[in-house]
Design a protein around this ligand. Sequence first.
Ligand code: AMP
Length: 620
Amino acid sequence: MTEPSDAGTTTFADLGLTDSTVELLSGLGYESPTPIQALAVPALLQGRDVVGLAQTGTGKTAAFALPILEKIDPSRSQTQALVLAPTRELALQVCEAMTTYAKGRGLRILPVYGGASYGAQLSGLSRGAHVVVGTPGRVIDHLERKSLDVSSLEHLVLDEADEMLAMGFAEDVERILADTPEYKQVALFSATMPPQIRSLAKRYLHDPLDIATKASRTTTTTVRQRWIPVAHHGKIDALTRILEVEPVGEKTQEGAGPGGAMIVFVRTKQATEELADKLRSRGFSAAAINGDLVQAQRERTVSALKSGAIDILVATDVAARGLDVDRISYVVNYDIPHDTEAYVHRIGRTGRAGRSGEAILFVTPRERRMLSAIERVSGRPIEEMGVPSVEEVNARRAGRFAQAITSSMGSPQFHVFRSLVEEYAQENDVAMLDVAAALAVMGVDDREFFLRPDPPQSKRSREERPDRGERPDRGDRADRAPRPTSEGMAAYRIAVGKRHKIGPSSVVGALANEGGLRRADFGRITIGMTHTIVELPADLPDAVFEALANTRISGRLIDLKPDDGPPQGRPAGKQGGYKKGGKPSGGGYKGNKPSGGGYKGGGDAGGFDRKPRHSKGPRD
Ligand code: AMP
């Protein structure tokens, strides 16, 4: 079995991909191939069959999609590649990824899955799809109806093969393997390798290259490892709350030098910049490092981390290689690593020089299997933790407020302000307590000091909810009828409708895949002629809007916005909860804001800084 040895030193250009693909990947922010890509891409480009032991999150989709897409001839309209996936979510996800990787090549990539009407699939197939991505049952249906012709098939991919078998598709998968041309190239990916899959591979694949990611044990015992179940769109809020309650940047004792720092791992170069920006705008001292930084910049950022000028470094795996900074006490795996090796490497950035460290792993529902793999490698269970509650965050804010008062009393400016306050209180006959509260308000501008309570759980059980796929089309009722929304849900509008030949599944598929929403986040979907109203959680974070800013369905930008139709349909969350640090209109003391001491303008992280020391950091 082949195991990646020097993963990370290989570049995409080394794999034999065309220059335009290499350029496209760089545009996507992929710095280097993941271990499975480093091995599978060259083998598939050479025409070999491949059996890959790989979980979700390892980059396996690109591992098969990139070489296969390069081999497809756009001028031939026959179906040249077929990808089988266990669920329609995965089929849509693979389809979307392949569409991204095939950008500008003029290839038609069509999803076909069960539970959706045949209409769009039949017309897509009759136009000729170069690549079909489907669930096994529906693929068999199309083969039987002769709507799918696989006589020219050259590439077949079985994605999450173990899952397909577990879902009862064994017979369908075997039939497809048997009824397609014998000399097609086959790539089989599976998170586990039960004997049934080994036997399939033996019977239908030709001398496949066997690839597995090496599972080495961690040696780190000084690092406490925890994980948090989180939806993709909830990551930024979860991280912000962690930063508020955990002692990042806080000194353990006076004169002890800068307190502990955090390194946050994300997958792409763009994500490092975006996340560092978001953290800075929320009041944290963060900087990004990625493979694009020249050495001098990298050194400056690392020394800012060492000195305590910044507390949070947002990094890709490549950029963090070899990073050795003793004060890193937290590693946050914001995006799950591509393999267990990378996890071991990441958490090794903390717990250095005999210190203890903390590792926190964000896990979205689809990444649970990677969590189990990591647990196996780490040799001990990883503790589950929850996102810190509103109460915990607010208690910490109140505590920091009290600390800020105490430390401001030691400031050289203290007596100057004390006389001014005394003068003011006497002249205006105002109680000292009121003056003190007014001064505190000045410190937070118009931002709310306490976090608001979390909205009530919006999830209704699936049984309660009408089946979206079966619901009769309501036509233009989307424009007319009042839309009472379910508890915790609100109506949102997207600019695609019946005219654009969409169905509920394409709406769910696009919003779920690109916005990181879960199926449970969806309520009613009402498709109108030119637009669609979709019920989603009322407190939809800004990150979801950002993630969906360029999303298209049927080629049209969806332009997701709160539906401002009937009053009941207005999302409560957008009426106030997510206000972003706007300035108050009144005048007052803005120009004279004290520069030292616990006052912080800007940011959502509560008005009173965790420590006055931050005034020298980049967030000022
Ligand atoms: P997969 O394992 O195919 O589900 O991929 C997991 C995620 O990793 C997807 O969001 C991909 O966009 C991303 N990804 C795949 N390859 C790379 C790479 N070489 N560098 C960074 N991200 C990648």
